[in-house]
Design a protein around this ligand. Structure first.
Ligand SMILES: C[S@@+](CC[C@H](N)C(=O)[O-])C[C@H]1O[C@@H](n2cnc3c(N)ncnc32)[C@H](O)[C@@H]1O
Length: 268
């Protein structure tokens, strides 16, 4: 039997897995990660025996943090190389016995029993680059216990307008604003996987359609810090910018500026 063809998302992430962590290791990403964690922390189960799953785990940035916090964690990713990297991370920490690993598309988690997990995370937008985000959400719902929480990020549709304005193609702009569909901007055409972007209203619709209720929504990040990284070099300025960001991150109008939406949703 021939091997199943890898999707463009799988091809891209397999290729970058080895060098992935190096591209996310500077003052900006530390600041950004602190925001992700500060928001996620409020939704951690109170019981350490609860099972947690990190969907689109990548090299394990968040799953490993959850593992270190004491939870039993399943790491799942469409890229086998990413799953291998996460496994190596857990082994290095000596925490492999509390971890499980799954090479799977988030749209097909049939290897996992229904209603097993108390918390699911999906950071770095794996749900938006799934072949069908609603199907991915339904799978996330199926494996969550009733009342379980999904904390995830999606690309913010309104943050992509600049890109389409720069291209100057009004048909493309019009179409994008209608359906929110774009693709990963990598040079190799075979790795340009499709991405569906969402605004807050479209996210709420997606949640309603797939059996979740929105519990909390932040923009990440409202301050355009990736263009002003030098400001983050000073410790005091970094802390101040964090305070300012947190004044804005739940403001629905301010969220329009953010590259990503980070939401917590309860499984109904
Ligand atoms: C931007 S990376 C983020 C990795 C990690 N969650 C983090 O925040 O560092 C996105 C990850 O989602 C995975 N992914 C993309 N599409 C997926 C799918 N359909 N099913 C499962 N994982 C997927 C990729 O392989 C990649 O590891």
């Amino acid at each position: 039997m021939s091997k199943p063809k890898r999707s463009s998302a799988q091809r891209y992430h397999d290729r970058v897995a080895g060098a992935y962590d190096d591209s996310y290791d500077d003052a900006y990403w530390q600041w950004h990660d602190a925001l992700t964690w500060d928001h996620l922390r409020a939704f951690l189960p109170t019981d350490l025996s609860a099972e947690v799953i990190d969907l689109g785990c990548g090299t394990g940035k968040w799953g490993l943090k959850l593992l270190k916090s004491g939870f039993r964690v399943t790491f799942a990713d469409i890229s086998a190389k990413m799953v291998d990297a996460a496994r190596a991370g857990a082994a290095e920490m000596g925490l492999e016995p509390r971890a499980a690993f799954l090479h799977a598309d988030v749209c097909d988690l049939s290897a996992l029993a229904s209603e097993r997990f108390t918390l699911a995370t999906a950071f770095g937008e794996p749900l938006g680059c799934a072949s069908s985000p609603p199907a991915a959400m339904r799978e996330a719902r199926r494996i969550l216990k009733p009342g379980g929480v999904l904390v995830a990020t999606l690309d913010n549709r309104w943050a992509c307008i600049e890109f389409y304005m720069q291209r100057g193609n009004l048909d493309e702009l019009d179409r994008f604003l209608d359906d929110g569909r774009t693709h990963w901007l990598t040079k190799r055409s075979e790795e340009q996987f499709p991405i569906v972007t969402y605004g807050p209203a479209e996210l709420e619709r997606l949640l309603r359609q797939t059996g979740f209720e929105l519990v909390d929504l932040i923009g990440k990040t409202v301050l355009p810090m990736r263009h002003y990284r030098a400001l983050l070099e000073d410790r005091e300025a970094r802390a101040r910018l964090m305070r300012i960001e947190k004044k804005l991150w739940r403001d629905r109008a301010a969220i329009g500026r953010a590259a990503h939406l980070q939401f917590a949703a309860r499984r109904l």
